[in-house]
Design a protein around this ligand. Structure first.
Ligand SMILES: Cc1cc2nc3c(=O)[nH]c(=O)nc-3n(C[C@H](O)[C@H](O)[C@H](O)COP(=O)(O)OP(=O)(O)OC[C@H]3O[C@@H](n4cnc5c(N)ncnc54)[C@H](O)[C@@H]3O)c2cc1C
Length: 316
């Protein structure tokens, strides 16, 4: 059976959910193996066996403590070159989107990006900012596939341990030119946008930054993450890390609230694959209602406080 690799994405010692989603997809494609790259990450490997991973390659080196494009590209290109897996699944996150094409280029492989489905041997991926779905087939013996988070079902843990294979990759002087001096962390009690089950996003309809409090209150009642449209970000109301859309983050939560957001194609590109979309907008003609499962036509300043209060009571 063809070997299919999953490149584990982890943060601060925790494997991210998208990894388990990729394992689910990989199990439909062949024999699942995984790669863990970083520093102090060895302990993450054996537990992957419980999720159906047979073998885990671990590259655990101090120079890999912080992510840099050149170092990850070197490590993965080298391992893939040695072991020749048929497919390599990488999360379509900020990090994965950064190194996957470089690895593909270095090895002369094709890449199918931002996959959201797998049907009858074809990968499905949104194109034209989500206006159409393309089917793509990896015809060559090897390919890189990047996988959109929160779309595939994550596998649940069973029994079993994985065989762990430790490898060292000699980094070249050129790989070490990029140095991470500081990682600025935003401390938030809310879930991370790309991993959240529920997202409450606000747009220009909020009129001013202080009114984002309405979105935050709703988010806190629901245990949701907060997102924003580009108009809200460009106006300086939220940091760019909150932006959902073509030039922001791609999200696929169970429920997405679009509040005071018109539903421009570039915004839909980032949230169109959400399972349930709830739109609150005073304009009944707003584009967002074309994709919404539930729509409330009304003034958000009246609707959102009532909705928050009712949800607070219902969930108490
Ligand atoms: C190359 C490119 C990339 C882009 N990337 C992104 C991206 O990543 N993400 C993104 O979001 N956009 C992106 N955009 C911008 C996008 O085209 C839109 O301009 C933007 O999404 C609009 O944001 P908005 O919906 O918040 O604002 P608007 O379009 O101004 O919509 C505001 C909405 O609020 C409603 N509203 C106003 N007052 C109220 C009220 N009191 N109650 C209820 N509703 C109210 C209005 O009816 C309106 O529908 C991109 C554009 C380009 C050209």
């Amino acid at each position: 059976m063809a070997k299919v690799w999953v490149v584990v994405e982890a943060k601060e010692g925790q494997i991210k959910k998208v990894t388990y989603e990729m394992i689910g997809l990989a199990s439909q494609l062949g024999e699942v193996e995984a790669v863990v790259v970083g520093s102090g990450v060895k302990d993450l490997a054996p537990g992957l066996g419980a999720y159906g991973v047979g073998k885990v390659y671990v590259v655990d080196q101090p120079e890999l403590a912080e992510y840099t494009t050149a170092r990850y590209t070197r490590v993965l290109a080298e391992l893939i070159g040695q072991e020749q897996p048929a497919k390599v699944l990488i999360a379509n996150t900020a990090q994965g989107r950064d190194f996957a094409p470089r690895v593909a280029q270095r090895l002369g492989l094709g890449q199918i990006s931002d996959v959201t489905g797998y049907e009858q041997g074809q990968f499905v991926r949104p194109i034209y900012s989500g206006k159409a779905l393309a089917q793509a087939e990896a015809v060559a013996a090897q390919a890189i596939i990047t996988v959109r988070p929160n779309v595939f079902n994550a596998v649940s843990a069973g029994a079993g341990t994985a065989e762990v294979v430790e490898r060292t990759v000699a980094l070249q002087p050129n790989d070490l030119l990029e140095v991470v001096r500081e990682v600025a962390k935003q401390v938030s009690v809310r879930p991370e946008l790309t991993e959240a089950n529920i997202i409450c996003s606000g747009g220009r309809g909020l009129k001013e930054p202080a009114n984002f409090k309405l979105i935050e209150d709703l988010a806190d009642v629901l245990g949701a993450a907060v997102g924003a449209s580009r108009a809200a970000v460009d106006a300086g109301w939220r940091h760019h890390s909150f932006q959902v859309g073509q030039t922001g983050k791609t999200v696929s939560p169970q429920v997405y609230f679009a509040i005071g957001i018109s539903g421009a194609i570039q915004h839909l590109a980032g949230m169109g694959s959400s399972k349930v979309i709830v739109a609150i907008n005073k304009d009944p003609e707003a584009n967002i209602f074309k994709v919404a499962d539930y729509g409330i036509v009304g003034d958000l300043f009246e609707v959102v406080p009532v909705l928050t209060e009712e949800l607070r009571k219902a969930l108490a």
